[in-house]
Design a protein. Structure first.
Length: 279
């Protein structure tokens, strides 16, 4: 059993702070370390991507921040408070849009306003006026104007994911967690949604933590990219993305962009080779 680390005070400008966090599963005899001692700080308004091979701990970090997984050691702070204290306002989008099939798109997007403080207090009085207008504006921003009355099964996968992004942002979250939200889409639809996601971030400036296997996606969207190594998971590289915004798909073909994604790939391959050599 690891001794608990003394609790420190998080920096005021950090939305996310992992302090010497470790995650292990199983008892001491058969324990498996999913995440080695890891520290990570993300400031207000940053867009950070986690990349690396399967099993490197990307989703583990996301679950720690979301509060759905407890750390075996260390501390996890979100919006200046340790997880388990007061909950921060968080938006989430996944690879599967997870829209409720019995609700139309408007009501799916409006759902956080019904259940998340402080919006839920006024839901009954504003759902047909101010909240409805907010949803319609959001749907227009992602190219879904006029689709509010449709049901999820009437929309393509890409359109459902657009609605999922609206739902994740409709309640003005402090933090947006993205777990491979574009991974199941074709390349052209992914690129369209990258542009939409970038525009939403530029306008609303939430703090974003993105988990992805797509290095091009990470370089297009993120302001920082953290490369992770598997077994046990840990961050082995943390680099700023130097390209100005707004970025275009054309930028992804420029030598500097290609060089960045190639360096990230080489870092992942090198980390994997080291891990395999010591296994």
């Amino acid at each position: 059993m690891n001794a608990p680390l003394p609790r420190s005070t998080p920096r005021a400008d950090n939305v996310i702070e992992l302090e010497k966090v470790r995650v292990t599963f199983g008892d001491s005899k058969h324990a498996v370390t999913a995440l080695e001692e890891t520290s990570l700080r993300i400031d207000h308004g940053e867009f950070v991507a986690l990349v690396g091979p399967s099993g490197c701990g990307k989703s583990t970090i996301l679950k720690l921040v979301a509060g759905t997984l407890n750390a075996s050691q260390g501390h996890v702070f979100v919006a200046g408070r340790e997880i388990g204290a007061n909950a921060a306002r968080i938006g989430m989008a996944f690879q599967n849009p997870t829209l409720l099939p019995w609700l139309n798109i408007r009501d799916n997007v409006m759902l956080p306003l019904k259940i998340v403080p402080p919006f839920k207090k006024e839901f009954s009085t504003k759902r047909r006026t101010e909240y409805r207008d907010r949803v319609e504006t959001s749907l227009t921003q992602v190219g879904l104007k006029g689709f509010g009355d449709k049901f999820p099964w009437q929309l393509s996968g890409g359109m459902q994911q657009r609605a999922s992004l609206c739902r994740a942002l409709i309640h003005e979250p402090t933090l947006l967690l993205l777990d491979e939200p574009f991974g199941a889409l074709d390349q052209f639809t992914r690129e369209e949604l990258w542009e939409i996601m970038q525009n939403l971030w530029i306008e609303k400036r939430p703090t974003v933590l993105l988990v992805t296997h797509d290095l091009k996606e990470a370089a297009y969207l993120a302001s920082r990219i953290c490369v992770m190594q598997a077994r046990p998971g840990r961050i082995v590289d943390d680099s700023a993305v130097p390209f100005a915004r707004p970025r275009t798909i054309e930028v992804s073909f420029e030598p500097e962009f290609v060089s960045l994604t190639q360096r990230l790939r080489e870092r992942i391959v090198a980390a994997r080779a080291i891990q395999e050599a010591v296994s």
